[in-house]
Design a protein around this ligand. Structure first.
Ligand code: FE
Ligand code: FE
Ligand code: ZN
Length: 306
């Protein structure tokens, strides 16, 4: 029997490297995690410390974290769909190549990527650009995998339908190095009905194939289906609801796929102070399959005790 593979976004700092990520994940009771190799909104990246990486691998081993379930998220300013500015496009391609190298150095096999926004060029041109970009990034048959994320369809985002993702996959030569990352908030906001997840999965299977699901982002949504907003909500507090999310997490066909929470941090004092990670409490709810309506208060109480 495969154990539930659950984790969350954690932070990677230059000081603590991968070791900091593992420690944070263990604090949450997680057995996997996702991180950006620097700030998500920029592309400044430091050197990778070998010693910290080695220690991180040891800590994972002793705590039953299988590194094949750990994922990196590429920064979201990378946009392979927009070829208006050749320099920017080349920068995105080179950055992604470097990101795959960083993943390899850290021993991680999956990098999540937002396919891109066409910024007015149109969906077809956007898809063509993404294919061209990915063919340059994945120019050799071996190396880490890129997981294309399903998007909410905010602005001119590409990847809000399975068909768009399929078109990208079909256009890429080394597409054995491409998988898909489902994001439950994005699927809802894009117009997929998650109250009938079996139907959604069979549609995905028909168009792309279930074996192409490499990761699942587990988020509730602040908005109704088809809203194209992309605003994540804490588990059980949004429009998807706890029961629907639990059904997705425990879906037997996806038991070997890592599930990653990207739910919002909780604020104390109405956000004037700082915000706190909800992941430990959300993972507890998920493991117990029992909704905690006092989740936000419990998180605040927990941190106030510190
Ligand atoms: Fe994402
Ligand atoms: Fe996501
Ligand atoms: Zn999102």
């Amino acid at each position: 029997m495969v154990k539930l593979i659950i984790g969350s976004h954690v932070s990677y700092t230059q000081n603590m490297g991968l070791l900091g990520c593992v420690k944070e994940a263990l604090n949450y009771g997680a057995n996997t995690f996702m991180f950006y190799t620097g700030a998500p909104q920029n592309t400044i990246r430091g050197k990778i410390d070998e010693e910290l990486t080695k220690k991180a691998h040891e800590l994972m081993k002793t705590n039953g974290i299988d590194i094949k379930n750990v994922v990196i998220h590429a920064p979201y300013i990378i946009n392979l769909a927009n070829n208006k500015d050749e320099d920017k496009m080349n920068f995105s391609i080179n950055f992604l190549k470097q990101e795959l190298k960083r993943a390899e150095t850290l021993g991680i096999n999956k990098v999540i990527l937002h396919p891109g926004s066409h910024v007015g060029l149109g969906v077809n041109q956007g898809i063509t650009n993404i294919i061209n970009g990915l063919n340059q990034v994945l120019d050799v048959p071996n190396g880490p995998i890129i997981c294309l994320e399903t998007m909410a369809g905010k602005g001119t985002e590409i990847g809000q339908t399975f068909k768009q993702l399929k078109a990208i996959i079909d256009g890429v030569k080394n597409n054995h190095r491409l998988l898909v990352c489902l994001d439950t908030c994005h699927l809802n906001d894009a117009g997929y009905d998650l109250t009938d997840f079996d139907k959604l999965l069979s549609e995905f299977d028909h168009i792309i194939g279930l074996d192409k699901i490499g990761c699942i982002h587990i988020n509730d949504s602040k908005n109704p289906v088809s809203s194209h907003k992309d605003r994540h909500e804490n588990i059980g507090f949004g429009t998807l609801g706890f029961e629907n999310i639990i059904k997705i997490i425990y879906q037997d066909k996806l038991k070997e796929v890592p599930k990653i929470l990207e739910t919002p941090y909780v604020s104390i004092n109405g956000g004037k102070d700082r915000t706190y990670a909800p992941y430990k409490h959300e993972i507890t709810m998920i493991k117990q399959k029992k909704f905690n309506p006092n989740l936000l208060n419990d998180i605040r109480d927990d941190y106030n005790k510190l």
